[in-house]
Each structure stands twice: as structure tokens, then as C-alpha cells.
Design a protein around this ligand. Structure first.
Ligand code: AMP
Length: 436
């Protein structure tokens, strides 16, 4: 099936061609006809499945084909609400790309920056507004934004919205949105609270479910290292120095932890930057930009800041801390292996994180491959390690993960390459995946 078969108009088809998309992804195949038919949609899918295009394309086409649309006096016809600033920017970029050959325009608003420029863009008139909840309600309160003319409403990453405590903001929004509208509701997971919320938002809807856990788990090679807390940084540095991935996204549970990891990586002369909620929006964008353009090899992020980050060709995700919510693991490893690419996800698990590992494996219905004999393997005696002199470091076999097949339960560091620093140096770099 091609995009043409989905009944898309020429300007959109040409934009997709320019992006290099030939075939729609499963969610696009299923969602686009439903949305062009005017029905509401419940999309159970995570980022990485192509869901942004699945909702952006039909919205652009419907606005474009509306004969009553006055482009001199534009009114906000479509509102997309998403939890994080990074995700909002990404979604707006997608709208801009798919609508490049049309006069359907968009703007994006989010907190953490001055509102002046955003207000200026809004005053010029926009068809599609992509927003994070706080700034949106703020500008509505100031009388700068009116939702009176919304016909297409998208609530993106609904589960994350609730996790981040946005439920009251969403309720406020629902109270002012016009009742007659097409609603699109996306969530990676469907716990009861989300089902309840979707029932409040959706009218006559169709459901499309893309199994992210399975698709991600199949595409991404996943390994776990048992390592105690103080050795995690050594293991990370070692892996980066030996495996030489061009891009690594490291997840830390806390902002402070993320800063600390960056400091230690920089000390080891590894280019790294942190991205989390305590950083200004500009600092976050700069860090992300430098990561995307290759100036920074390692981005250390907290879950919230990294949500939805789309870095094409991201080679490696490291769970420096294991998440205590198993779904978060799926979101994290979904940052690599996007849109059919493959990637590798490494998890560092210390003794007290073992219950989290159990929950994760239960959710993904798969056991992570344990990298046995890693030089920093947790022997279960944190205190002893704290006091003992550092052991002579054995070099891990940096090819270890590649040698072992995805389902191998025996991934290991080999002694052969233990002492061979030069072989690491000479090894060719992993090829960067083609950008999309
Ligand atoms: P999303 O789930 O919307 O974040 O999209 C994940 C990635 O897939 C993004 O990099 C998109 O640009 C890319 N993508 C979306 N649709 C397609 C498609 N039909 N073919 C190839 N790549 C796509």
C-alpha cells in the first residue's frame, strides 16, 4: 500500500515524497482513512510508530479542502496538546513538513520562554496550534487564544500527561473546547485512568492499536548489566570508549544524577550534555541540537525531558537507572529502533533495582540478555567494593553484543580482548544510520 491509496491530495503526497516516505506505517494505514472519514480516533501507540504523521496528514488535508476557510482571517482550527516542549516542537516541525506545499500553517507554544514571539505568531493567524498545557491555558486566560473555532483536537501522549499531573489542565481545556469537533486521543498505554479520560473526550470513535512493546522489543537489542551503583559510571565510560557509538542517549532518574553523569563523562573527555527540567528551554534546545548534529556524543536525560525525542539513527540507549514504572522502559528504548531502524538498549541494574527489572521483563514478555562477566559486575557486596582498591580493569569485548544473537542468554565479555586496547582503537566505528 502506498500513500496514494489512502486518498491523499497531491501537495501532501509530494511533501511525503520529499521526506522520503514511500509506504505508510501500520498506524498511518489504519488511522488516516478513519480520520479523513470524520470519525474520532483512539490510537494506542507510542512515538516511533509514525503516529504524528497519522494525525497531522488528515488534519492538514481536511483544513485544506474546507471551502469555507478564510485564509485572510485565520482562526485556530486544530489544537494539538502534548506534554513536553520538545515533543511540541517536533510535532510542529512535522506539520510544517507535511503542509509545505499548502497554505495550512501552524505555530507552537510552550512554557519556559518569554511569550512575546509566540503571541506575535498567534496574532498573525494560524490554522494549527501545537501546545503544552500550561502555556496554552495561560494564553487562553490572557484572552490571546480562543478555542471557539477548534474542529480537530488531538490529545497526544495521554498517559504521560496524567503521569505529569496535567489532569486538571486537561479538564479545564475540555470544558472550553467546542462540543462539535473531531477528537483524536493517543496513548502508549491504556490503564483504567486513561480509559476513563478517553471516554470523556471521544465521541463516536474507532480504535487503532499498534503493539509497541512487541515491535520495539523485536527491533531493539536489549541487554542488562548487573553493576553496583558506584561502578555504573565506570561501566558507562568503558562502553562508550570501547563500543564508540556515535550517539548515546542515557537515562537518569533524577536531574541531579543527570548532571553528575555529564560531569564525569566530560572529565573522561567524552562530549556530553544534560537535558532536564531544571535547564532553560534554550539550554535544552541547544543540547538537543548539538546531539542531533553530532557535536555531542552523549545526551543524558530525565524521562520527562526526553519524552518523544526523535533522533534519527540513535544508536544506543542506556538505562543508567532502571525506571520503576515498566512502561517507561518501553518509552525509553523506543528512542532507538524508530521507524524500522534497529538499535541497542543497555540497562544497568544494581541489586535494589532487580524488582524493576522483573516488572519490565514481565511487561515486554521477554528476558533481557544478561552480559555476563562484565568487569564491573555486581558481586552483591556494595560496601566491600566501596572500600577495596580499584581492581585492575579488564577490557570488555566491545563486540560482545554483536557476536551474541538477540536471544542469546550468554552474552559475555571475552578475555581475549581484555587487554587489547589497540584492537578497540582500530575497530571501525559503527556506521551511522541513514537520516530520514
Ligand atoms: P513518530 O512516531 O511520529 O514520532 O515518528 C517516528 C519517526 O518515523 C519519525 O522520524 C518520522 O519522521 C518517521 N516516519 C513517520 N512516518 C514514516 C513513514 N511512512 N515512512 C518512514 N518514516 C516515517
Amino acid at each position: 500500500m502506498t500513500f496514494k491509496d489512502l486518498g491523499l491530495v497531491k501537495p501532501i503526497l509530494q511533501a511525503l515524497e520529499k521526506k522520503g516516505y514511500t509506504n505508510p506505517t501500520p498506524i498511518q494505514k489504519q488511522a488516516i482513512p478513519i480520520l479523513l472519514g470524520g470519525k474520532d480516533l483512539l490510537g494506542v501507540a507510542q512515538t516511533g510508530t509514525g503516529k504524528t504523521a497519522a494525525f497531522a496528514i488528515p488534519i492538514i488535508q481536511q483544513i485544506l479542502l474546507d471551502k469555507d476557510r478564510g485564509i485572510r482571517r485565520r482562526r485556530i482550527r486544530s489544537l494539538v496538546v502534548t506534554p513536553t516542549r520538545e515533543l511540541a516542537i517536533q510535532i510542529a516541525d512535522n506539520f510544517t513538513a507535511y503542509a509545505a506545499n499548502t497554505n495550512v500553517n501552524n505555530t507552537v507554544i510552550f512554557g519556559g520562554v518569554k511569550q512575546g514571539r509566540q503571541v506575535e505568531a498567534l496574532r498573525k493567524g494560524v490554522d494549527v496550534l501545537v501546545a503544552t498545557p500550561g502555556r496554552l491555558l495561560d494564553l487562553i486566560g490572557q484572552g490571546i487564544i480562543s478555542l471557539k473555532h477548534i474542529e480537530y483536537f488531538v490529545l497526544d501522549e495521554a498517559d504521560q500527561m496524567l503521569d505529569m499531573g496535567f489532569i486538571h489542565d486537561i479538564r479545564k481545556l475540555l470544558a472550553i473546547l467546542p462540543a462539535k469537533r473531531q477528537s483524536l486521543f493517543f496513548s502508549a498505554t491504556m490503564p483504567p485512568s486513561i480509559v476513563k479520560l478517553s471516554n470523556q473526550i471521544l465521541g463516536d470513535y474507532k480504535r487503532v492499536t499498534i503493539e509497541p512493546e512487541q515491535t520495539t522489543a523485536e527491533r531493539v537489542e536489549q541487554f542488562v548489566y548487573f553493576v553496583n551503583k558506584r561502578n555504573k559510571i565506570k561501566l558507562l565510560i568503558d562502553l562508550i570508549q570501547t563500543q564508540k557509538p556515535e550517539t548515546v542517549l542515557v537515562f537518569s532518574r533524577t536531574k541531579h544524577g543527570a548532571d553528575k553523569v555529564v560531569k564525569l563523562l566530560l572529565r573522561a573527555e567524552i562530549e556530553a550534555a544534560a537535558i532536564h527540567g531544571n535547564k532553560s528551554q534554550n539550554a535544552r534546545q541547544r543540547a538537543l541540537g548539538n546531539f542531533k548534529n553530532g557535536k555531542v556524543q552523549v545526551l543524558v536525560a530525565t524521562d520527562i525531558a526526553a519524552r518523544g525525542i526523535d533522533v534519527s539513527g540513535l544508536e544506543m540507549v542506556v538505562n543508567y537507572d532502571l525506571p520503576n514504572v515498566p512502561e517507561t522502559y518501553v518509552h525509553r528504548i523506543g528512542r532507538t529502533g524508530r521507524a524500522k531502524a534497529s538499535g541497542v538498549a543497555l540497562s544497568f541494574c544494581m541489586g535494589e533495582e532487580k524488582p524493576y527489572l522483573r516488572d519490565i521483563q514481565k511487561l515486554i514478555n521477554q528476558k533481557l540478555t544478561v552480559v555476563a562477566d562484565n568487569p564491573y559486575e555486581d558481586d552483591g557486596s556494595e560496601d566491600e567494593v566501596e572500600q577495596s582498591k580499584p581492581q585492575q580493569r579488564r577490557r570488555p569485548n566491545s563486540q560482545g553484543r554483536k557476536k551474541n544473537s538477540r536471544n542469546s542468554r550468554n552474552a559475555s565479555f571475552s578475555n581475549k580482548s581484555s587487554n587489547s586496547r589497540s584492537s578497540d582503537r582500530n575497530r571501525s566505528k559503527p556506521k551511522r544510520r541513514k537520516k530520514d
